[in-house]
Design a protein around this ligand. Structure first.
Ligand code: I3S
Length: 169
């Protein structure tokens, strides 16, 4: 997990890949759209970055990005020299989890957990197993799921603790 400069080891720092969908936004039902989502619990906020759940994420490359590869090819072409092996696209893989702290990425959306609630979702809410239903104070409802028991149980615990800790804020 990216460390928080403020609270380097608070238990409310947690991150991982979860399947997430909104089901309600500001009290209005929205269509489910399950997506593998990089999720970070930071203080009383839950941050999500869609599409970065797994595999390669070019925007997080440190050893060379696609624009660097293009620039390198262009400069080689300009100098009319035999192209040297440029920054390798294939080496440009995410080698660590994205962080929301630096300038590397921004969460796609964030929910404030203060005043929210979590419970295990009923069968009516989803046919999937291990689904958490998260409701926020402003009427957003999310389903959060993982196929891995221990993972989703840890998240349930962490979200419940966070909500309880920040209940009176
Ligand atoms: O609660 P629903 O509407 O039965 O949820 C399912 C649908 O959103 C479905 O999409 P389409 O309506 O576009 O076919 C999804 O593919 C399913 O995953 C949804 O159900 P689960 O039970 O997986 O949350």
């Amino acid at each position: 997990c990216p460390s928080s400069p403020k609270h380097p080891s608070t238990p409310s720092e947690k991150c991982g890949v979860l399947n997430v969908t909104k089901i309600t936004e500001h009290g209005k039902k929205v269509r489910k759209n399950w997506a593998s989502t990089w999720t970070v619990l930071q203080g009383s906020s839950l941050l999500f970055a869609k599409g970065q759940g797994s595999g390669t994420s070019w925007s997080y490359c440190r050893n060379g990005s696609f624009p660097e590869l293009l620039l390198s090819l262009l400069s080689n072409w300009k100098r009319s020299i035999k192209p040297r092996p440029a920054v390798s696209y294939t080496h440009c893989r995410r080698d660590r989890a994205p962080s929301f702290g630096g300038n590397q990425s921004k969460p796609e959306f964030t929910v404030d957990l203060r005043g929210g609630s979590v419970e295990w979702a009923s069968k009516e809410k989803s046919s999937k197993k291990h689904v958490i239903e998260l409701k926020t104070r402003v009427g957003t409802e999310l389903l959060i799921q993982s196929e891995i028991d221990s993972v989703i149980n840890d998240w349930f615990r962490a979200l419940s603790e966070t909500i309880n800790t920040h209940a009176w804020e």
